[in-house]
Design a protein around this ligand. Structure first.
Ligand SMILES: NC(=O)CC[C@H](N)C(=O)O
Length: 370
C-alpha cells in the first residue's frame, strides 16, 4: 500500500507500507548500525522520531524475546530500503511487521533511503510526516511543519516509569516482590529517563542491586534509600526541556557516586552550569570513534543522540573533559574534579553496537568501593 514521506522543507519520497495503514509525524533521523534494529526500535530515546536505517535489508533475522531494550517500540515510524518478511534465525519468534503492528508503528519500505540520508546529512534532521491515509503532498508538507518539534519539549515524562521497580537477573520485578537483600554487593538507584535494559543487565551482572525510579523522584527520596551509587539513564528529547531533574541532580552531587549515560550525561552537564545545543543531524549508529583523553585510547562506540552539551559553557575549574568525538570533536565524556561523578554521551551498554566502552561500568563500581 502506497505511503508518502514528506519533510518540512518540501522534499517527498514515495514508498510502500509493510504494516498496513498508518500515519506518523516526528523528527526524521537515521541510524547507521548494520544490525540491531530490534534494540533500536525498543530504545526509548527514539520517542518522537521517525527512524530510517542506512543498512538496506531489514527484518531478515526477525524479532526475539531477548533483545528487548524496553517493553515497547518507541519511534513513531520505521523507514527501510527493503523489508524482509521471512526471517531466518533460531531465536526469532515473530516478524518485524508483526512486532510493529503490535505497537501500532508504521513500517515503510521501497524508497531511496540513501537519498533521504544524504538529504538529512546536508540539511539537518527535520520535522517530517509519513502517511498512507493522506497522499496529498502539499497537505503533508504543511502538516509536517505544523508539528511542535522536539526542542524545548519534556519527552522524558512520556516514557519514565510511574512507580519504582527492581531489576532481577531475569528482568523487571515489582518492588513488593523485590527482596531488599538480593546477595548483591552494591545498591544502585537508577533514574529512569527512558532507560535501556542493557544498562540494568550490566549493573546486575557487576554485582549491583538496582532500584529503578521515576524521573520525578526527589533527591531526598533517593538518599532515603541509602544507595551506594546513583545512575542517570539515557532518554528522549531535549535535555533543557526536562522539568525538575537538573535541580535534583545538582543536589545529589557530592553525596553519592554518580554515573550518567547520554541524557543522564546531559542532565549532569546542565547541573554543572553548562548548556546544550542541537547537533545538525545527530550521532546514531555503532561506529562513532571516541578518544578517552585520560588514557589516549580510542574506542568505537554505539551512539544515539541529537543534542550535546557545549563544552565551552562548562566550568573548567570544576569539570574535566575526559572524552571527545574524533569525527566532529564534540564532547563525549566528562568528570567532576571534586565530586565522584562522571558521564558519557555515548552508550557503553552497547545494544546494539561494539562493547569497547563496557569498562566504564567498572569505573562506577570502583567509585562505589571508595
Ligand atoms: N540516547 C539518549 O539519551 C539521547 C539523549 C537526548 N535525547 C539526545 O537526543 O541528545
Amino acid at each position: 500500500m502506497k505511503a508518502i514521506i514528506a519533510l518540512e522543507d518540501g522534499t517527498t519520497f514515495e514508498g510502500q507500507s509493510f504494516t498496513g495503514h498508518g500515519e506518523a509525524v516526528g523528527e526524521i533521523v537515521f541510524n547507521t548500525s548494520l544490525s540491531g534494529y530490534q534494540e533500536v526500535l525498543t530504545d526509548p530515546s527514539y520517542t518522537g522520531q521517525l527512524v530510517t536505517m542506512t543498512y538496506p535489508l531489514i527484518g531478515n533475522y526477525g524479532i526475539n524475546p531477548e533483545d528487548m531494550e524496553s517493553a515497547a517500540v518507541h519511534p513513531k515510524a520505521f523507514l527501510v530500503k527493503e523489508y524482509n518478511s521471512f526471517p531466518s534465525n533460531y531465536r526469532s519468534t515473530k516478524t518485524l511487521a508483526q512486532f510493529l503492528n503490535e505497537f501500532d508503528v508504521l513500517g515503510v519500505e521501497g524508497f531511496d533511503t540513501r537519498a533521504l540520508v544524504r538529504h538529512i546529512r546536508s540539511q539537518g534532521a527535520m520535522k517530517a510526516i509519513v502517511s498512507t491515509r493522506d497522499l496529498d503532498t502539499a497537505s503533508l508538507i504543511r502538516r509536517a511543519g505544523e508539528w511542535s518539534g522536539l526542542v524545548g519539549q519534556d519527552m522524558v515524562k512520556r516514557v519514565t516509569c510511574t512507580e519504582p521497580y527492581g531489576w532481577s537477573d531475569n528482568g523487571p520485578v515489582t518492588m513488593s516482590s523485590f527482596a531488599e537483600t538480593t546477595g548483591k554487593k552494591f545498591k544502585v538507584v537508577a533514574f529512569d529517563f527512558g532507560i535501556k535494559y542493557n544498562q540494568l543487565r550490566i549493573l546486575a551482572e557487576k554485582n549491583c542491586q538496582v532500584i529503578v525510579v521515576p524521573a520525578t523522584t526527589t533527591a531526598e527520596q533517593v538518599l532515603a534509600m541509602n544507595p551506594d551509587g546513583i545512575f542517570l539513564s539515557n532518554g528522549p528529547g531535549d535535555p533543557e526541556g526536562v522539568e525538575g531533574v537538573v535541580d535534583t541532580v545538582r543536589f545529589l552531587l557530592g553525596k553519592k557516586p554518580i554515573f550518567g549515560i547520554c541524557l543522564g550525561h546531559q542532565m549532569l552537564g546542565l547541573a554543572y552550569g553548562g548548556s546544550a545545543y542541537k547537533l545538525k543531524f545527530g550521532h546514531r549508529g555503532g561506529n562513532q570513534p571516541v578518544k578517552d583523553l585520560t588514557t589516549g585510547h580510542v574506542e568505537i562506540t554505539s551512539q544515539n543522540h541529537g543534542f550535546c552539551i557545549d563544552e565551552k559553557t562548562l566550568p573548567g575549574d570544576e569539570v574535566e573533559i575526559t572524552h571527545i568525538n574524533l569525527n566532529d570533536n564534540s564532547l563525549e565524556g566528562m568528570r567532576h574534579r571534586k565530586y565522584p561523578a562522571f558521564s558519557v554521551q555515548y552508550h557503553p551498554e552497547y545494544a546494539p553496537g561494539p562493547h569497547d566502552a563496557k569498562y566504564l561500568f567498572d569505573r562506577f563500581i570502583n567509585m562505589m568501593c571508595n
